[in-house]
Design a protein around this ligand. Structure first.
Ligand code: GRG
Length: 314
């Protein structure tokens, strides 16, 4: 089996950051804050967060904040919870959450909770269990979870549970590993994992492993490195990770590396990108691959960062 080309992945991430006119940068312009979270968390897991200029990153993030308190994907764009969580997570990596006005950011999120407990992603109203996870994760990091109706939020997530044990975007929506991560992660943070049928869901999740060792996101679909995160983190949170073949999954992720220029792709021999590089490295961290910082399956941040948020005296 090949090895993790850690140094090459560090170089790749830094090069993407520098090439502002490249195709990848242009298509990611509107979600640059998500990209910053993927790239910087990868660097931190690899123990190389100091390869970037912290002050540059933080001053750019602050410029992405809207007067509503929410963050946009880039300067001058519209705010959305997707980028608000990334902003808070990146600041947490640098131990700088305190520079935020936590009430202002949390009021933005609180204002997006609907009567039925669900969350909209922004003022335009789209509802999705992704946004329930983001709201709960973000408010928990800001230590402001008590500002929303957590019982109602949990009730809504539970209403998205299906007969196969999985969860979808909205009630009745097809089970999908990405949404399952969101629902299980939100329930874990809210202390409500008892709503999950762990054996039933564990069975559905471990059936995502295909012959190559990779994981897909739902039945009959192709495997993709990103599901190494969505599926594996969910299995860990429900204590069923021993139901998949870990060695085969490690091999699948390593086979998706560009050994020459760094980066990880969705499947072997495809083009690499920052999203798959992050989820490949984060998946390997969950698989306890040597030399990587452990990552927390619910907060999607390195364990030392999560411990610093909740256990350090300030
Ligand atoms: C902090 C890690 C973290 C996440 C924030 C945005 C979010 C919360 C979660 C997204 C969860 C999700 C829906 C992931 C799936 C992404 C994905 C690869 C979707 C592709 O869907 P299809 O239908 O792919 O194109 P398949 O694999 O089903 O063919």
């Amino acid at each position: 089996m090949g090895e993790l080309a850690a140094d090459k992945h560090v170089k790749y991430i830094i090069s993407v950051e520098k090439k502002k006119d490249s195709f990848e940068s242009v298509v990611m312009e509107h979600l640059r804050l998500n990209g910053a979270y993927w790239g910087l968390t990868t660097l931190d897991i690899l123990g190389k967060l100091d390869a970037v200029d912290e002050e540059d990153v933080i001053s750019w993030i602050l410029k992405c904040q809207d007067e509503s308190g929410g963050f946009a994907g880039n300067i001058g764009h519209d705010p959305h919870v997707l980028y608000t969580l990334s902003a808070v997570q990146v600041l947490a990596l640098f131990d700088k959450v305190d520079i935020l006005d936590a009430d202002k950011v949390s009021n933005y999120i609180v204002g997006l909770q609907n009567e039925d407990g669900s969350f909209s992603g922004d003022i335009w109203g789209e509802v999705d269990t992704r946004f329930s996870y983001i709201a709960i994760c973000c408010l928990s990091i800001l230590q402001r979870l008590d500002k929303i109706n957590v019982d109602k939020a949990v009730e809504y997530i539970v209403s998205c549970k299906n007969l196969d044990g999985g969860f979808g975007c909205t009630p009745g929506g097809e089970s999908h590993a990405g949404q399952i991560f969101c629902c299980v992660g939100a329930l874990a943070i809210a202390g409500a994992l008892h709503h999950v049928d762990k054996d039933l869901l564990g069975w559905w999740l471990c059936e995502r492993q295909v012959k190559s060792g990779g994981l897909n996101g739902r039945p009959e679909k192709l495997p993709d490195v990103c599901y190494s995160w969505w599926v594996l983190s969910s299995l860990i949170m429900i204590d069923r990770v021993h139901w998949i073949n870990k060695d085969k999954l490690v091999k699948f992720i390593l086979d998706c590396q560009d050994m020459e220029n760094g980066g990880i792709s969705d499947r072997p021999d495809d083009a690499v990108d920052v999203f798959h590089t992050y989820f490949g490295v984060a998946g390997l961290s969950l698989l306890e691959y040597p030399g990587l910082k452990p990552i927390d399956p619910a907060y999607a941040l390195p364990v030392d960062v999560v411990n610093r948020i909740f256990f350090s005296k300030k």
